[in-house]
Design a protein around this ligand. Structure first.
Ligand code: CA
Length: 229
């Protein structure tokens, strides 16, 4: 497993590298955003640890650039909790956020959790799934088509849809979906899922206010309806 650490504070990146190497990861470190982006394009990484405050281009921009070309798991390192909340609201497409100061042990645990989650959310799926409701989910290209037209979903929206569509009819609770998209101890609230579902519906439902594909199961959560109604 190759991990790229983009962090300008050498003491932090050195500690992260030492801990992650001890856990068997191969770790590359880089001290600024532009060089980090170049390294990302030239090599294969399984996960990126990305500091928010970087010289040159910010972690925010690095994250956006990476998301244009890859769905690699990204964990953002933010300077303080308030910043952490603000950044979450931006919907940059990071998979997790860790506020400084953090313990290296915590980072290792979060890295493992994100890798587990992203692997379980995507790996067992068939390459391309087509449903009677008009939806096609392409897990290789990370594309969703509705009646042949491409629908642009964020990585989180793609993951939620992929999970509920994997077993049509099966009901997923908000806490299950939250664990899949944000990790167990993220402290995020379950209504975050409702917000993601709302956005997904606006993109894939023919009438978003009368959803036929992503169905609410009152008091429980959501399920995927593969049939066209
Ligand atoms: Ca920094």
């Amino acid at each position: 497993m190759n991990i790229l650490v983009v962090e300008d504070e050498k003491s932090i990146s050195a500690v992260l590298k030492a801990y992650l190497q001890q856990e068997g990861f191969h770790v590359s470190t880089v001290g600024n955003g532009l060089a980090g982006l170049e390294m990302f394009k030239e090599n294969q990484y399984d996960l990126v640890l990305l500091d928010l405050m970087l010289p040159g281009i910010s972690g925010e921009d690095v994250c956006r650039e990476i998301r244009k070309i890859s769905s690699v798991p990204i964990i953002m390192l933010t300077a303080k909790v308030e910043e952490d909340d603000k950044i979450k609201g931006l919907g940059l497409g990071a998979d997790d956020y860790i506020a400084k100061p953090f313990s290296p042990r915590e980072v290792v645990a979060r890295v493992r959790a994100v890798l587990r989650r992203t692997a379980s959310a995507t790996a067992p799926l068939a390459d391309v799934l087509t449903y009677d409701n008009g939806l096609t989910i392409d897990n290789i290209k990370h594309q969703v088509l509705l009646d042949g037209e491409q629908v642009l979903l964020t990585p989180t929206e793609f993951r939620i849809l992929g999970v509920i569509a994997k077993y049509p009819g099966r009901v997923y609770s908000r806490s299950q979906l939250l664990e899949i998209v944000q990790g167990h101890d993220s402290g995020a609230e379950e209504r975050v899922i409702d917000a993601h579902i709302k956005k997904i519906r606006h993109k894939i439902e023919r009438i978003p206010s009368d959803p036929k594909i992503v169905i609410t199961v009152y008091g429980v959560g959501y399920k995927f309806n593969p049939q066209r109604e």
